[in-house]
Design a protein around this ligand. Structure first.
Ligand SMILES: [Zn+2]
Ligand SMILES: [Zn+2]
Length: 144
């Protein structure tokens, strides 16, 4: 009789333990799913915001891939220049290296820094360097 009672107790304890484990497991899964969803939403928000900032501010913040950004920016400027050019005559300023045309000598000078890798605008705080004043201004607004 004692043995049966003991066995019954063990079974009850085992069932309770299993139930507790299942509840904890479900709770953990729910928490993980919620955290993942929140993280994904935040990351997507930041990414979208980042893209918007890049488009609005001509971001020149990242040393590794800003060549591409800058090329895209130059293409945008060229398109703008082309639209303006259709309204009035102007002198073309052509790059000797890649034969792109620019509406102003200043745009061409800025563009040439892509080829010369010149970065005249330096952050006085952390000494990061930028080709365009807009890049430095964006850096100062966002990093310091
Ligand atoms: Zn060029
Ligand atoms: Zn800095």
């Amino acid at each position: 009789m004692f043995c049966v009672l003991l066995f019954f107790c063990v079974v009850v304890v085992a069932v309770v333990v299993v139930v507790v484990f299942v509840v904890v497991f479900v709770f953990v899964v729910v928490v993980v799913v919620v955290v993942v969803v929140v993280v994904v939403v935040v990351v997507v928000d930041v990414a979208v915001a980042g893209v918007v900032v890049v488009v609005v501010d001509d971001d020149d913040d990242d040393d590794d891939d800003d060549d591409d950004d800058e090329m895209e920016e130059q293409i945008r400027k060229e398109e703008t220049a082309f639209r303006k050019g259709s309204k009035r005559k102007r002198t073309q300023h052509e790059c000797d290296v890649c034969e792109k045309s620019f509406s102003t000598a200043s745009n061409l000078k800025t563009h040439m820094r892509i080829h010369t890798n010149e970065r005249p605008y330096e952050c006085h705080v952390c000494e990061k360097r930028y080709r365009q004043v807009s890049g430095l201004q964006y850096h100062m607004r966002t990093q310091h």
